[in-house]
Design a binder for this molecule. Structure first.
Ligand code: UD1
Length: 366
């Protein structure tokens, strides 16, 4: 039996890496005959957003690259669907495995299901309830046609049950993104600018921003950056700039001397920065899971999250998208008043192993 592993955008690569490792381990130690082909949709294509992750995480070259590139939501969805459909019609697969909530996830799930190929969704069931996020639409559409759900939390399980999914299709396995983090923790390394910026453990901040609501309007972005600079007491703030954000940032550069704009970082460098930071300020979802596991204070610049356990159990706090809330939250952090947090159930580095075991059973392979 052979499964398609779909990866398209940066936050997919660390999730798929763990699954590929687990498939390799099953083949080696148990002689598993479960095969896979890796399909890169090409949604993210820059070295900094894609190729570098393949090298650092030792992900094999994709078997197919659909090379869809940039575009509007509809353009990307359509291009991925047309190209993946062609591939599946020429060479069928026994299962389509998608991860996360990016456009590639939804597009490939639709194609597979319509061709009668079962769909497995890793990180299924999470919900922000925020319909302004393209990711929320991707999640709901994907889950509405998913056969088997591999979930990261009890909240996800509950969301699925509420939507009428029966328990025999829900597998609470843990978090493959955390598998990858734990695997590569010993290899984390400082970025080349570490000394040049005079970074010291516990004495700098990390910022990432890429949500349209925060970065597409110059005024909102500027207000957020001012609030960050004002609230961090002159400590260096390292800001790896996502391509989407870069478009609006040029005009704002160099207005605040403690903010250091750098290129999107490699996996090993970025997580080294996070691990030793005093705090992380972000509008990402995945990063709030990594900060939880590394027990680093995290301030999320959103009003909602699809990962509530990072708040209820972990080190994350929803500060909200309004920059006025940032000052008081940062003041608490600077004063050393932040929760130390715990680790959610099954975020133990074994999620991918559990996924492969279930897939083997579901597909009837040894
Ligand atoms: C996508 C995901 C989001 C994820 C984020 C991580 C969707 C709906 N959103 O958002 O969930 O958190 O990736 O990065 O799938 N660009 C480049 N080089 C690249 C890739 C993109 O320059 O390699 C540019 C594009 O031209 C575009 C912008 O960055 O202008 C945004 O890229 P896009 O893939 O549309 O969505 P993201 O905002 O990255």
């Amino acid at each position: 039996k052979s499964i398609d592993l779909i990866a398209g955008a940066r936050p997919n690569f660390m999730k798929i890496a763990a699954i590929i490792d687990a498939l390799g381990a099953a083949a080696e130690t148990q002689g598993s005959s479960l095969r896979y082909r890796l399909i890169h949709t090409g949604q993210h294509y820059d070295r900094a957003m894609s190729g570098g992750f393949f090298e650092q995480l030792r992900i094999p070259e994709p078997d197919f690259n659909l090379e869809v590139g940039s575009g509007t939501q509809a353009e990307q969805t359509a291009a991925i669907m047309v190209r993946y459909e062609k591939l599946l019609l020429e060479q069928r697969s026994d299962l389509c495995l998608v991860v996360g909530d990016v456009t590639s996830t939804m597009a490939c799930a639709i194609v597979a299901r319509k061709l009668g190929v079962p769909v497995a969704h890793v990180e299924g069931g999470i919900r922000s309830g925020d319909w302004t996020m393209p990711e929320e639409i991707n999640r709901v559409v994907t889950d509405s046609i998913t056969n088997w759900f591999f979930t990261t939390s009890e909240t996800a399980n509950a969301n699925l049950r509420r939507a009428g999914v029966t328990d025999d299709r829900i597998f609470f396995v843990g978090n493959t993104m955390i598998d990858t983090l734990l695997t590569h923790m010993p290899r984390l390394r400082p970025p080349l600018f570490w000394d040049k910026l005079g970074l010291e453990p516990g004495r700098y901040f990390v910022v990432t921003l890429h949500r349209p609501a925060n970065v597409d309007g110059e005024q909102q972005l500027l207000r957020l950056l001012r609030a960050i600079a004002d609230g961090t007491g002159g400590l260096p703030v390292v800001f790896p700039v996502h391509p989407r954000t870069a478009k609006n940032l040029r005009a704002l550069e160099n207005q605040m001397p403690s903010l250091h704009y750098v290129d999107p970082q490699g996996y090993l460098e970025f997580n080294h920065l996070v691990r030793h930071a005093k705090g992380v300020i972000t509008d990402s979802g995945g990063i709030t899971e990594e900060t939880t596991v590394m027990r680093v204070p995290c301030l999320t610049l959103r009003d909602n999250t699809e990962r509530p356990e990072t708040v209820s159990i972990g080190t994350n706090e929803l500060v909200g998208a309004d920059p006025v809330n940032l000052g008081p939250a940062l003041a608490r952090l600077m004063a050393g008043q932040w929760k130390s947090g715990g680790i959610p159930d099954k975020w133990d580095g074994k999620a991918a192993e559990r996924i492969v075991a279930q897939l083997s059973r579901l597909l009837g392979v040894r």
